[in-house]
Write a protein that binds this ligand. Structure first.
Ligand SMILES: Nc1ncnc2c1ncn2[C@@H]1O[C@H](COP(=O)(O)OP(=O)(O)OP(=O)(O)O)[C@@H](O)[C@H]1O
Ligand SMILES: [Mg+2]
Length: 289
C-alpha cells in the first residue's frame, strides 16, 4: 500500500536528515538510569497517550513501558487501536491528516513529538514492517540498500546488504540472485526482504503490524523463528490477531480492548495463564472480541 510505507520510503528529502538531532537527545539522562545497568531497560514509554482521529478517540490514556531486546505483543479486537499505537511510536500518524496526539511517547527518555525530533531520523531508529509485504519494484539488492542510499549512509553497501539478508534469514535463498526483481519472490520471502530492508539502516526498534497474517503456515513459522532471533539485537513490538502466535513468540503482552484502552500489560505467561482482569480473560478465552 502506497500510504503504508516503511522507514525507508516516507521521506524523499531524508538525505538532509540529521540523525544528530535525535541521537543527541539519547544522551539526555533518564533519572531512573543512575544505578547499575538494568537488564530490562525501557526503550519506549507512553505516558497518558491519547490519539484522536478528528473527534474519534482511538487511544485513551495509554501508559506502558516497553523493554529493550524483548518481543512485546499487542493484542485486542479489531478497531481497539493497536495499529494506531504502533504508528504513534515512530510518528507514522504524522502522515494521517486527521490524527492528533496528546500525552507523551518517549524513545529512550525523549518525547518523539518534541519539536527538535526529526521524524525521518526517528524512523531510521524505529523501523516498521507491515501486514502486506511492500518491496519496491527493484532488485533484491536495491531493496535492502534503499535506506542506506536515501539516508546517505557511509557504509559498505555489499556488506550491509549481506548482513541484513542473513539476519532476516533470507540470504541462503537469494544470494545467487540479488539482481532479480524483489517482486518475483514469494510472499514469505518478500516479508523477510522487508525485514532485511528495515534492519539495514541499523534500527533499535522494529515495529511489526500483523507481519505474518497474509502468509501461509510455513512462511508464518519462518517469520516467527526470525522474530525470536531478532530480539537478540532489537526491541520488537508486534501486533497480532493470532493469540497462539502472541503466546509463542512474545515476552510481554499488552491487551487493548474496545475504546482504545490498554487494559493489561504483563509477562506473556501471566496474561495467558492468569490475567488480572476479567475482561482480559474473557477476550483471551474467546468469550468476546
Ligand atoms: N486514518 C484513520 N482515519 C480515521 N479513523 C481511523 C484511521 N485509522 C484508524 N482509525 C480509527 O481508529 C480506531 C482504531 O483503529 P486501528 O486501526 O488502530 O485499530 P486496530 O486495533 O489496529 O484494528 P485491526 O485489528 O482491525 O487492525 C478505529 O475506530 C478506526 O476506525
Ligand atoms: Mg490494525
Amino acid at each position: 500500500m502506497a500510504s503504508e510505507t516503511g522507514t525507508e520510503v516516507t521521506d524523499e528529502t531524508s538525505t538532509e536528515a540529521s540523525e544528530q538531532s535525535l541521537l543527541g537527545t539519547t544522551e539526555v539522562a533518564d533519572d531512573r538510569g543512575a544505578g547499575p545497568v538494568a537488564s530490562t531497560e525501557t526503550v519506549i514509554e507512553a505516558r497518558h497517550l491519547d490519539v484522536f482521529y478528528d473527534d474519534v478517540q482511538a487511544l485513551q490514556d495509554v501508559n506502558i513501558e516497553i523493554p529493550e531486546k524483548q518481543v512485546t505483543a499487542m493484542i485486542g479486537p479489531s478497531g481497539c487501536g493497536k495499529s494506531t499505537f504502533l504508528r504513534s511510536i515512530n510518528r507514522m500518524n504524522d502522515l494521517v491528516d486527521a490524527a492528533r496526539i496528546e500525552g507523551e511517547l518517549l524513545f529512550r527518555g525523549k518525547n518523539v513529538y518534541d519539536e527538535d525530533v526529526d521524524p525521518v531520523a526517528l524512523r531510521r531508529k524505529i523501523g516498521m514492517v507491515f501486514q502486506h509485504p511492500n518491496p519496491f519494484p527493484k532488485s533484491i539488492f536495491d531493496n535492502v540498500a534503499y535506506g542506506l542510499r536515501v539516508q546517505d549512509m557511509d557504509v559498505d553497501e555489499q556488506q550491509v546488504v549481506e548482513e541484513s539478508l542473513k539476519k532476516a534469514a533470507l540470504w541462503d535463498e537469494v544470494k545467487d540472485q540479488l539482481d532479480k526483481s524483489a517482486l518475483d519472490l514469494s510472499g514469505g520471502q518478500q516479508q523477510r526482504l522487508c525485514i532485511a530492508r528495515a534492519i539495514a539502516v541499523d534500527p533499535e526498534v522494529i515495529l511489526m503490524d500483523e507481519p505474518a497474517s497474509a502468509l501461509d503456515p510455513i512462511a508464518t513459522s519462518k517469520i516467527e523463528d526470525l522474530i525470536d532471533d531478532l530480539a537478540e539485537d532489537y526491541t520488537v513490538v508486534i501486533v497480532t490477531h493470532n493469540m497462539q502466535q502472541a503466546a509463542r513468540i512474545s515476552d510481554k503482552t499488552a491487551v487493548f480492548l474496545t475504546g482504545g484502552e490498554l487494559v493489561e500489560f504483563d509477562d506473556t505467561e501471566k496474561i495467558f495463564e492468569n490475567p488480572e482482569h476479567q475482561r482480559v480473560e474473557d477476550y483471551i478465552t474467546g468469550k468476546f472480541g
